[in-house]
Write a protein that binds this ligand. Structure first.
Ligand SMILES: [Zn+2]
Length: 433
């Protein structure tokens, strides 16, 4: 959904390359008759006649052996064959694999209140010789770059119309996006979005090109901030109410909060998420995106993480989605800490949420559920603080937890193995009922 992170990119790239290699192996196998090793391998080769005595014949490479029933096998001969297992960069691995929790690397952060205070990301501005490096993580500091204090929806729409690199469908979609923000979040600073839109390019690609740009074979869009370009499928029509519609709006959401320019005299990075939280930013970007729709959308990108952040945003009294647009995630962490009486703890919860996603998308290990209990406790505490009232019965607390889990667990893949009982157990311990 968003490409800028090098490590993530190379990981997904490895999947794409493996997929390409696999496809190459299959196609050369189907077309070549000189590879006896491959022909000999009953594991790869699906032809029921593979053990035909003829294959040992010195004349085995007779063109006849490459009979139509082999090349017609839809499993390996179809250039469009799509093995759902290997084309999905989020593939969680073979469910039959037994994970060894001992293989998981140690967490590189402490899940506890820290002695040092949380540093809220604001900006950094440095000069070296003739080159300036300016990084802004909070809209309160956008004046360091922009010489005008704000931009209106109409001004942005004029820029959309003036940009020849945005096709008619996308002009319309962007206008919807801009108007929705102006209407629902009038205090959102739209200068980064406006700045991007003036040079934004939306490139329609065929399936292969799109896969190479998005590093995924089932993507419906990808904003590459270093190019200020959104790659989309060729001749695709985005319709409200569909998953794909949410995806294209999600990409616009990235363009609203991230600006990257690498010019000799100015290296500019505006990253209103800060650059320490990738998955929380993705989850919140999806929440923000669907909040713009005038219909309910629960089937949301980064589902489990978005579900969890929905609870956090809902239960944080002094934080809104306008704050999300205007400030970094460390600002949000600060608000969470203030409300919960913690000292620099919310960032650990965000990192743990990120780790849970990494754990799920990685088939090398699966951490024991207890590692993630601090997230479950944190959500439960905030939810009860907001919705429970004194004197509630044990059954009423259970009902509240069930309601919260309806959000947290919506459409969560089974492979997460979420221990929902822990939410209930902790709720009773915390509430004392
Ligand atoms: Zn994204």
């Amino acid at each position: 959904m968003h490409r800028s992170n090098g490590a993530l990119r190379s990981r997904i790239m490895a999947v794409i390359l493996a997929a390409a290699l696999l496809a190459g192996v299959f196609s050369s196998f189907a077309c070549s008759s000189s590879d006896t090793t491959a022909y000999n391998d009953p594991g790869d080769y699906n032809d029921p006649d593979w053990n035909d005595p003829d294959w040992n014949d010195p004349d085995w490479d007779d063109p006849d052996w490459n009979a139509p029933e082999q090349t017609d096998d839809p499993d390996w001969d179809d250039p469009d064959w799509e093995d759902p297992d290997w084309e999905d960069p989020e593939y969680t691995g073979d469910p039959d694999v037994v994970y060894n929790p001992g293989e998981a690397p140690e967490l590189d952060f402490v899940v506890a209140d820290l002695s040092e205070p949380l540093e809220i990301d604001t900006y950094s501005d440095s000069e070296f010789l003739d080159s300036r490096s300016l990084m802004i993580y909070d809209a309160d500091y956008l004046d360091l770059f922009f010489s005008y204090p704000s931009v209106s929806a109409n001004e942005i729409i004029a820029h959309i119309d003036a940009n020849p690199k945005i096709g008619p469908q996308y002009k319309q979609l962007l206008k919807t996006f801009v108007n929705s923000i102006a209407q629902k979040y009038p205090d959102a600073d739209m200068r980064p979005l406006d700045f991007n839109i003036q040079t934004l390019e939306i490139v329609e690609c065929d399936e292969f090109e799109l896969a190479m740009h998005t590093l995924s074979l089932d993507a419906y869009g990808c904003y590459v901030n270093s190019e200020n370009t959104i790659y989309v499928p060729k001749d695709y029509t985005y319709r409200p109410g569909t998953w794909e519609y949410q995806v294209i709006m999600h990409e616009f959401g990235h363009a609203a909060r991230t600006v990257w320019r690498d010019d000799p005299e100015l290296q500019l990075l505006i990253q209103l998420s800060s650059d320490s939280f990738v998955i929380p930013e993705e989850a919140l970007n999806s929440i923000f995106t669907v909040s713009l729709f005038d219909y309910e959308e629960r089937d949301i990108a980064y589902q489990l993480q978005s579900n969890m952040f929905l609870i956090l945003v809902d239960c944080c009294d002094d934080y809104t989605l306008t704050d999300y647009i205007n400030h970094s995630l460390s600002y949000f962490a600060h608000k969470l800490d203030l409300q919960n009486g913690n000292n620099n703890y919310a960032t650990a919860i965000m990192k743990l949420i990120e780790e849970q996603r990494t754990d799920w998308s990685n088939n090398d290990y699966e951490r024991p559920q207890e590692v993630y209990y601090p997230i479950y406790h944190y959500l439960t505490k905030m939810y009860l603080d907001k919705y429970a009232s004194s004197g509630m019965s044990s059954g009423e607390i259970d009902a509240l937890v069930a309601k919260m889990l309806d959000t947290v667990m919506f459409d969560v893949p089974e492979e997460y193995n979420i221990d929902t009982a822990e939410f209930y157990r902790y709720a009773h311990e915390y509430f004392g009922a």
